[in-house]
Design a protein around this ligand. Structure first.
Ligand code: FE2
Length: 377
């Protein structure tokens, strides 16, 4: 059963031991950061922002930061083998390593969370250059994924000390309207969901705002369970999925097999105009899951009146769902690397704060078709 917890009022600031201002950046460990940066610029419309590498005093790696509105992606690759970054890529493929969260006080964030049982990833570290100061700290979460807390002190440089501004005078594809990180979903192992729900509750002060069991999410074949964790102000939302028993292999299990463990399944990026954004992305080569046109036959009856015409939604394969606060439009890319692991969601919210439960069946059947083509169903 879907459970929408009644108590959704903002957490009293005085009791919020981990006040978060939102996602600061998402960092990927990739096999080739130069080419990955090109992909996120070309396909998704991100803009060149900052560079770190041997030329800026970082000897073991290269990182490119790209940005679109409030979305910042960092792409990092190791310069040699036999180190934690290279091992991460060998084990997981190109993957999300860091979900970085903006805080007022990175030292307090680290103290409060490690005091509550978090395993430290990075003790508070102050980085300085001529543009100011940034304080970082970090803790481990599921799999090899980590949260880094970022305290910026009105830092005036392009990104953070260690990076220099990265400008590309001859190649700057236009933005596609992507705005900010709406939510990031983690896939965890069998019977591990409640452990991580407890982690986000106890260690980070999050609350479980929505739950979906396998009756909500099972299609004819595969199944999963999911709980949505949110921080007090709702700026940071982390749904956690675990596989459930179905007639065939769960999509979460396929992910766990190919990722070699627990990790980030998808990052949802918000737009204010999904038809424009998805048209742009599709024209630039981003591949989306295809939805049968029958999905649109009774859409109007199911969700009521919406601002958009149905025809362009049908053309693009955009899904629509309604809850008691409004509606949302969403679409899912195919995996963005060769392993069937990470993908992106593009979402436009028109009042709705939920996650598209009404679309789960159509969505998961689309995923299963792809799983079947890969021979993993
Ligand atoms: Fe999502």
């Amino acid at each position: 059963m879907e459970t929408l917890h009644a108590d959704r009022k903002k957490m009293d600031a005085a009791t919020d031991f981990l006040p978060l201002q939102g996602t600061d950046y998402v960092e990927f460990y990739v096999g080739n950061a130069k080419q990955a940066a090109h992909y996120y610029k070309t396909a998704f419309g991100f803009q060149s922002l900052a560079y770190a590498g041997p030329e800026t005093g970082i000897k073991d790696r290269v990182s490119y930061a790209v940005r679109q509105n409030k979305l910042t992606i960092v792409l990092t690759t190791p310069l040699r083998s036999g180190n934690v970054i290279a091992d991460h890529i060998y084990k997981h493929g190109d993957a999300v390593k860091i979900l970085a969260l903006r805080v007022d006080d990175a030292t307090s964030a680290w103290q409060e969370t490690t005091l509550r049982g978090a395993q430290s990833y990075l003790e508070p570290l102050t980085l300085k250059d001529e543009d100011g100061e940034v304080v970082l700290s970090g803790i481990h979460t599921y799999g090899e994924t980590v949260h880094v807390f970022v305290e910026r002190h009105h830092y005036k440089g392009a990104f953070m000390p260690g990076f220099r501004e990265w400008k590309t005078p001859y190649y700057n594809p236009t933005p596609t309207g992507l705005q900010y990180v709406d939510h990031c979903v983690g896939n965890v192992g069998w019977n591990q969901m409640n452990k991580w729900v407890k982690f986000y509750e106890e260690v980070m002060g999050f609350r479980n705002i929505l739950s979906f069991d396998d009756n909500d999410i099972s299609t004819e074949y595969s199944a999963l369970m999911s709980k949505v964790m949110s921080n007090g102000n709702g700026y940071v939302k982390f749904p956690i999925n675990e596989p459930a028993e179905g007639k065939k292999k769960s999509q979460v299990e396929e992910y766990l097999d190919f990722y070699n463990g627990e990790g980030v399944q998808h990052v949802a990026m918000a737009t204010n105009d999904i038809i424009h954004t998805v048209t742009e992305l599709r024209n630039r080569g981003v591949e989306f899951l295809s939805i049968p046109t029958s999905y649109y036959d009774e859409l109007q009856e199911r969700i009521g009146k919406i601002d958009e015409d149905i025809e362009p939604l049908k053309q693009l394969g955009i899904l629509v769902d309604r809850d008691d606060e409004g509606y949302l439009l969403q679409i899912f890319t195919k995996p963005v690397e060769d392993r069937p692991t990470l993908f992106f969601e593009i979402i436009q919210r028109k009042g709705a704060k939920s996650f598209g439960k009404g679309n789960f069946k159509a969505l998961f059947e689309a995923i299963e078709r792809e799983q079947g083509l890969r021979g993993n169903l």
